[in-house]
Design a protein. Structure first.
Length: 134
């Protein structure tokens, strides 16, 4: 994947978000960890507020979906504030689906790509390899 310098890489699952920035150039990705961002995970998606049953997600799934919504909101805000000019999202498949529901048009405009893989907790080298292979 072609990653210009300063591209932000968001690596997420339903509970954790790590942000990185490419300090290398497009052909030589060199990631640096960014400080943690505050995520408001209190936003449970509509339709998920009912008590658990076979047709409704359990509480942990509701929490993960709320976290995904919070991540999308935070990324949207950073894009709208001009702090993110190019973005790649690496997320567990279900989390990626939740994130997509919350993308602002401006976020979609700066989104260079998505990788549906859970790489939270992996080393920077593993993330760089996944980006290079994408």
């Amino acid at each position: 994947m072609h990653l210009p310098e300063n591209t932000v890489i968001a690596v997420a699952d339903g509970e954790k978000l790590s942000l990185f920035q490419n300090e290398g150039d497009a052909s030589n990705v060199k990631l640096r960890a960014l400080p943690e961002s505050e995520i408001d995970s209190s936003k449970i998606p509509s339709g998920s507020r009912h008590s658990s049953s076979a047709a409704n997600p359990d509480d942990s799934q509701q929490n993960e979906d709320g976290f995904g919504k919070g991540v999308a909101d935070m990324l949207n805000k950073q894009v709208l504030d001009g702090k993110i000019k190019s973005l790649v999202i690496v997320a567990a498949p279900r989390t990626l689906g939740e994130l997509r529901k919350g993308y602002h048009k401006s976020l979609s405009d700066v989104l260079l790509g998505e990788i549906d893989k859970d790489l939270t907790g992996h080393s920077i080298q593993d993330i760089e390899k996944a980006l290079a292979a994408a």
